[in-house]
Design a protein around this ligand. Structure first.
Ligand code: BG6
Length: 498
């Protein structure tokens, strides 16, 4: 199989794809006959591309992952074809190069195209691949495309039309790297490999659910992309929705591409649509401003000085079905927050009657289950226990499972797991076309509302804080509050400093 990476000189390829591929190669989890053909506008020979990737990998891999002999072998699998992905003629260069490689390899024409390029190229590449005869029989042909797939419902529908006119649905891998994370997949094990959670996993026992994925970094070198995208399209429409689906879904009949994705789809279709009049109350958007030594978003390079792109979103959504009716799901994501943390907290209802009074500083509150996706990966069950000694003081305590206690953390990066699935043709953990449309159909009214109402508030928050106060207010109005990890979780000092 030849993996053809479009955008091979870009950040994604260097920082995520190459380390993942090196890892798979080291573990002998790549196809038995295998090569990588990088393509981009930048001019490189095979040799200079190999050299560049070798330097990048030596720099980025941890010492304990780096095996010089394996790295040298891996680098020999790399080839490079300079080309402009918008120029039809260049696809014939690509075709010739692939024919040459086929002759050297197996003559089977098995190609996996990976689009590590800006979304503006998502339409062009499959069309031109088809024109150049690089799709269809003979051999295996698959395409991997990054999120965001589309920028609203219409564009996602158009993209789906293009992709399905070139590839079969089972040959299209719409990747969302959150679904490759070990701790995200473990939500499925937690829910469906155990029986103790199921009876309480519903509106009768759950009060509300928080899904947080915040980051300490700003937009870094991606401001150009971010200006066009914003947080809702970058994080919410895809990553947070995947987390929501895993928490809310019904058990799939089997863990395969059909059953699993059917259940995801049912959740997206059960989301209670936003009403124009309530978008302002249900969705809070924000943008970070300068604080101490940190630049505000509008001061970042390539950002318009009056930009209205959101770098923070908090929202309240409802899954309108038998299990979850009336239970709010609060989603929150943002850049330049105090820390990097992704976690889901299931808050259970209060005990029906307060037998034990609030003594001193200790008050029994409702139980919760914290699923920490990253960092400090683990699961915490928080419940009340008696403080040893006289009297009857009850305090919240944590039963804390940490992945580190299993001896080792998941070694394989999310990308490695997902790329391996692309090699084997397993699309279970990839978004299906109709599901992507369902997700866009839920969020498009919000995007339209922002577009048509320039006066709709975009709240500012100083870099390094937990976002605009309006996001807190949204929770407080219902008697809840965000569980900011620095405040509440144990052992968080390491990832709490500003
Ligand atoms: C990417 C977004 O998909 O996910 C980035 O484009 C974000 O903006 C990143 O930083 C977060 O991923 P992770 O795995 O670091 O939590």
């Amino acid at each position: 199989m030849v993996l053809i990476i479009f955008g091979a000189s870009g950040d994604l390829c260097k920082r995520k794809l190459m380390p993942a591929l090196y890892f798979l190669y080291k573990e002998k989890r790549v196809p038995s006959v295998f090569a990588i053909l990088g393509t981009a506008r930048t001019s490189h020979s095979d040799r200079s591309f190999r050299q560049m990737m070798k330097e990048e990998l030596s720099r980025s891999l941890h010492q304990n992952q780096l095996d010089e002999a394996v790295l040298s072998e891996f680098i020999e699998c790399l080839y490079y074809q300079p080309m402009n992905p918008t120029r039809e003629d260049d696809y014939f260069l690509l075709q010739n190069r692939l024919k040459e490689m086929d002759r050297e390899l197996t003559n089977e024409s098995n190609y996996l195209f990976y689009l590590a390029v800006p979304p503006t190229l998502y339409e062009t590449i499959p069309k031109l691949l088809k024109k150049a005869g690089l799709t269809g029989e003979p051999g295996i042909k698959r395409i991997v495309v990054e999120k965001p797939f589309g920028y609203d419902l219409n564009s996602a529908q158009e993209l789906n039309e293009i992709y399905t006119s070139v590839f079969r649905e089972d040959e299209i891998f719409r990747i969302d790297h959150f679904l490759g994370k070990e701790t995200v997949l473990n939500i499925l094990a937690l829910r469906f490999a155990n029986s103790i959670f199921e009876p309480i996993w519903n509106r009768n026992y759950v009060d509300y659910i928080e899904i947080t994925a915040v980051e300490k970094i700003g937009v870094e070198r991606r401001a150009g992309f971010f200006e066009q995208t914003g947080t809702l399209r970058d994080m919410v429409q895809n990553h947070l929705m995947q987390l929501l689906a895993l928490i809310a879904m019904e058990p799939p009949r089997q863990f395969n591409a059909i059953s699993f994705r059917d259940e995801v789809s049912k959740i997206y279709r059960s989301l209670k649509p936003f009403k124009e009049g309530s978008i302002g109350e249900q969705v809070v958007r924000g943008q970070y401003t300068t604080a101490e030594n940190v630049k505000g978003y509008r001061e970042e390079e390539s950002v318009a000085p009056d930009s209205r792109t959101e770098t923070f979103v908090a929202m309240k959504v409802f899954v309108d079905n038998w299990r979850w009716s009336g239970i709010p799901f609060f989603l929150r994501t943002g850049k330049r927050m105090p820390t990097k943390v992704t976690e889901i907290i299931v808050h259970f209802k209060q005990a029906p009657y307060h037998l034990f009074e609030c003594l001193g500083t200790h008050c029994p509150v409702a139980d919760s289950l914290v699923i920490r996706i990253q960092p400090e990966e683990g699961i915490v069950l928080r419940f009340a226990l008696k403080v040893p000694g006289s009297g009857f003081e009850v305090k919240m305590t944590d039963m804390d499972f940490s992945y580190a206690s299993l001896g080792h953390l998941p070694a394989m990066e999310a990308y490695a797991r997902l790329i391996e699935d692309c090699f084997s043709g397993d699309s279970t953990l990839f978004s299906r076309g109709d599901t992507v449309e369902d997700s866009w159909s839920f969020f498009t009214p919000v995007l339209e509302y922002w577009k048509n109402h320039p006066e709709a508030p975009l709240y500012s928050y100083p870099a390094g804080t937990w976002g605009p106060h309006e996001a807190d207010k949204m929770m407080e109005d219902l008697g809840f509050s965000w569980s900011n990890p620095c405040k509440n979780l144990t052992n968080t000092d390491k990832y709490c400093e500003l």
